[in-house]
Design a binder for this molecule. Structure first.
Ligand SMILES: *Cc1c(COP(=O)(O)O)cnc(C)c1O
Length: 909
């Protein structure tokens, strides 16, 4: 069994550093803010200032109401005569933000004072989702805000809808980073996130005439209350120019990078509150702005508009998120984005490192750990070298040693089309100094390899430089070479990384005695958002049966309920919970897309980016097959089919033609079935537009079965599989990514597994190339109906587009190749149908079904990001929890308890 997982349930004691009681702020007494180390700064001049800032905001209903009302009038300039839900949302969120800021400031001060080792998570993407309810839950403010708002005439839940969902990521990778931030704060780990504040996030997906239409996502249209603009925190970032050699004071030759254009990176801080801790961390996102200096010559030459235009272009850098998921695109702007956020982040974290007086550079790896989320931030390795060698004047060997011991790299995909390779020419033009540095790193590495192996082709494969088909830097190789640890994101994936993707690097590290350079860190999701916020009824069941909410920070506790998988009382509550989630989704679907669904049908879901390897097309074929089966059956037989509601959703990269055709096919299947009264009572198929975090929060709780059916060996981990199982749904899936471990934890009977195994794929493809590729008769039947135009709604072009998809698959001479059935849909289809039949048969026995759902759901502790992050902290970063002490309650013996009444209306002229 591929099992390099560092997971060990015996040390899963996440509670170690935590408070024992749940409620953070239940006491209404005023709480004092911590005094600075070395006593209060009473200097006579600022005594009053200190006195006024001595206490935290109070969280009793009356104080909360006063804060909300004050923000409504004095921050937002609203009047009491027309305070809308949207205004109340903004005022309430500002009142929450005040409390976030207190905790955020005091946490930052605490980390600095304690001089703890800090972690920095660098990611080009963060799919944060809505912040309002998350902040209320994590700060334990939900009850007081609910009451406060009710007293002011507002329903808290109505306000949630006004919260924007910043989509600063494509899919799983960005959402993982967001779940990680939640766990890092919750575990009181001094780890910050760094990224890019895109003005336009992932596009909004509309479906028009069954087709995906992309609309820009201008998420900043109304001011975003959850960020703090930091006009005082900026760094210059250079592009272009040239490298100069010069002799320093000691007479040594050095390089400096000059000329070119300078862009300013400005910080926007997004406080990240932990749950059941007093720590609030930070996600610092960089926005590009024009640099301060003007090109006065241009102004004097009366080229005023050109000069302004050039400055305006600086803002383009952070303007848009590239909408590609798992596909590399060699765009200059993308390279510049990567360097932009890497350079700003490293300058910032080194400045923080240097804040301690008498800091020695040798301390860097003891005080800083950097995690590179995929290859997007890999320029960190080169930028760290530049900052240490050119700016801080360290010698090369020490700088390289410090860099390697500070950086770490997470690999997210083994798909060759995703691996970044920046053309040398592009680097030369934009980052000439970095090209020199990577050249030097490679030269030294290659020399060592030649000495070790003397094998030129092998050395060429390990080289950071690719020669063919174009000269380029292999960012994966650079990331591995510049890191202390490299990790995959699920057990099977880490094994593939070691034996295929970076096989020769793995061998090299074994040869130099660093076998444990490659480690596994199986992904997770945060139970706060994905259970407690998304599915409160389920959260309440857990808390009721376990007698506390402690499972929210220690999911191991849920395993206690394995004893109760047959408990009739629990079954009853479980069924009611699922029904409630389905009803909630049904209402949502009706409101958002006018879709009617039967809550008594089996809810079957596949939600994720649309990609050929994820095989939504195979699902579509299955739906056609099921449709034909029902259609052919007699009216009496039809009623024996398990009624299903099949929902599919996800965005396709705008230039990904096949993915967009698949969306159109799914929509057309839905339409044809809807128009067919013989079948529509038994089968509903719909494409749900604009899959995002907030849509996922409505979708996941309602699933009975969800599909995670990638070709074995293609999905690194997957995380929605975890969300769905945590919410009491079962999985139909392949032996791929984290499915394997989810099944291991939940029990083999809880997953409907089908399809070939990862180690069979190669031989299947080999055989297929010989032309021996039987296509199942049922699949041929599906192809026939598609080719006959049964799902084209009378449009011949559409028939041709759909036929294009299946021509590729059914060309048996090219099966298993790029031009053929690369992802083995034809091979896996028969076993997929078997698995679908097992789903129906099992669902028919509701008692067994619910038992399996409970068994799986309560066994998901391994897939809490609390487990993942404590592994990262321990094995990779060496960062320890630094929980800020509880604020002291102020000793005011005779103080009157504040009254929980709404403020009296003001009397104004
Ligand atoms: C969890 C999540 C994903 C990842 O889904 P996979 O099925 O693991 O690919 C993508 N998008 C959103 C909005 C998510 O919440």
């Amino acid at each position: 069994m591929a099992g390099a997982s560092v997971w060990d349930p015996s040390r899963a004691n996440f509670e170690m550093h935590r408070k024992s009681s749940f409620s953070l702020f239940s006491d209404q007494a005023p709480r004092e803010r911590p005094k600075p180390a070395g006593g209060a700064k009473k200097d006579g001049q600022h005594d009053k200032l200190w006195e006024l800032m001595e206490n935290y905001r109070s969280n009793d209903v009356d104080s909360v109401q006063r804060d909300i009302v004050a923000h409504a009038e004095y921050t937002l300039a609203c009047t009491r005569f027309n305070l809308s839900d949207a205004d109340a949302y903004r005022a309430a969120s500002l009142a929450v933000r005040d409390r976030l800021l207190e905790s955020f400031n005091d946490t930052s001060a605490y980390y600095l004072e304690q001089d703890v080792k800090r972690g920095y998570y660098l990611s080009a993407e963060y799919l944060m989702g809505r912040a309002f309810q998350n902040a209320l839950v994590n700060l334990d403010l939900e009850p007081s805000f609910k009451d406060a708002l009710m007293g002011l005439g507002f329903e808290m839940e109505d306000l949630f809808a006004h919260d924007v969902d910043p989509g600063l990521g494509n899919g799983g990778l960005g959402r993982l980073a967001a779940c990680f931030l939640d766990s890092m704060a919750t575990l009181s780990l001094p780890v910050w996130g760094y990224g890019i504040r895109y003005t336009y996030g992932i596009f909004r997906q509309h479906i028009v005439d069954g087709k995906q239409v992309e609309r820009p996502d201008y998420w900043l249209a109304s001011t975003y209350p959850w960020e703090i603009p930091r006009a005082d925190i900026t760094y210059p970032v250079r592009f272009g120019g040239r490298v100069e050699d010069y002799a320093d004071e000691a007479g040594a030759w050095r390089q400096r990078w000059v000329g070119g254009e300078i862009v300013q990176a400005m910080a926007y801080d997004n406080p990240i509150p932990g749950f059941d801790t007093f720590n609030t961390n930070n996600l610092r996102l960089w926005r590009s702005c024009p640099a301060e200096e003007f090109d006065f010559d241009a102004f004097n030459d009366s080229k005023y508009s050109e000069a302004v235009e050039q400055r305006r272009r600086a803002e383009d850098l952070s303007a848009v998120l590239y909408p590609n998921d798992d596909k590399w695109e060699g765009k200059v702007l993308r390279l510049k984005q990567q360097y932009f956020f890497v350079s700003a982040s490293l300058q910032d974290l080194l400045r923080e490192f240097l804040r301690k007086p008498n800091r020695q550079w040798s301390e860097l790896p003891d005080k800083v750990a950097v995690q590179m989320n995929d290859t997007h931030p890999t320029l960190s390795v080169l930028e760290m070298m530049r900052l240490l060698v050119d700016v801080q004047k360290l010698n090369w060997d020490q700088a390289w040693d410090l860099t390697k011991r500070t950086c770490n790299y997470t690999n997210h995909t083994v798909m060759p089309e995703a691996l970044e390779k920046w053309p040398v020419e592009m680097l030369e033009e934009q980052l000439p100094r970095h090209l020199q540095i990577v050249g030097e790193i490679n030269l030294r590495f290659v020399k060592e390899l030649i000495k070790m192996y003397g094998d030129v082709p092998k050395v060429q494969r390990l080289s950071i430089f690719q020669e063919e088909p174009f000269k380029a830097i292999r960012m994966g190789n650079l990331a591995v070479l510049g890191s202390t640890k490299v990790n995959g994101v699920a057990a099977i994936h880490t094994e593939i990384v070691k034996k295929e993707t970076f096989a020769e690097f793995y061998q090299y590290f074994c040869d130099i005695g660093q076998k444990d350079m490659f480690v596994n860190m199986t992904n997770g999701v945060t139970p706060r958002r994905w259970i407690h916020v998304a599915n409160r009824p389920l959260s309440d069941i857990y808390s009721k049966y376990l007698g506390s909410q402690k499972w929210l920070t220690n999911m191991e506790l849920l395993k206690e309920l394995r004893k109760k998988t047959e408990d009739p009382a629990l079954h009853k509550e479980w069924a009611a919970m699922k029904m409630q989630a389905k009803q909630h989704l049904a209402t949502w679907l009706k409101e958002h897309m006018g879709l009617e669904v039967d809550v008594n049908s089996l809810f079957d879901m596949q939600f994720k980016r649309i990609h050929e390897y994820k095989r939504q097309l195979m699902n579509a074929f299955y739906l056609i097959h099921r449709y034909s089966q029902i259609k052919r059956a007699s009216p009496q037989e039809r009623s024996k089919f398990q009624k299903r509601t099949c929902l599919i959703g996800g965005k396709a990269a705008p230039a990904y033609v096949n993915a967009k055709t698949i969306i159109k096919l799914i929509n057309n299947i839905g339409q044809v079935i809807k128009n067919d009264p013989d079948v529509s009572p038994y089968l509903t198929v719909a494409f749900v537009p604009n899959y995002s975090v907030s849509v996922a929060e409505a979708i996941c709780p309602a699933s009975d079965i969800s599909q995670h059916i990638s070709t074995a060996g293609t999905e690194a981990s997957g995380t929605s599989n975890m969300k769905f199982v945590m919410n009491g749904g079962l999985i139909i899936g392949t032996m791929d990514g984290a499915n394997i471990e989810i099944r291991e934890e939940g029990g083999n009977d809880t997953m409907f597994i089908f399809g070939c195994l990862e180690d069979e794929v190669e031989s299947i493809k080999k055989k297929a190339e010989g032309g021996h590729y039987p296509i199942d008769a049922r699949m041929q039947e599906v192809f026939k109906t598609i080719r006959a135009g049964a799902f084209s709604l009378g449009d011949a072009q559409v028939t041709s587009d759909f036929s294009g998809l299946i021509d590729k698959l059914s060309d048996t001479t090219k099966a298993g190749t790029w031009e053929g059935d690369k992802y083995l849909l034809c091979y896996d289809f028969p076993s997929y149908l078997d698995a679908q039949e097992r789903v129906d048969a099992t669902y028919a026995d509701q008692k067994t079904w619910i038992k399996l759902c409970i068994q799986a759901s309560v066994s998901m502790a391994k897939f809490s990001t609390d487990r993942t992050i404590s592994d990262y902290a321990e094995v990779i970063w060496g960062v320890k929890p630094a929980p800020r002490p509880a604020p002291q309650e102020k000793q005011t013996p005779n103080a009157e308890k504040p009254k929980a009444t709404a403020p009296q209306p003001k009397k104004k002229a």
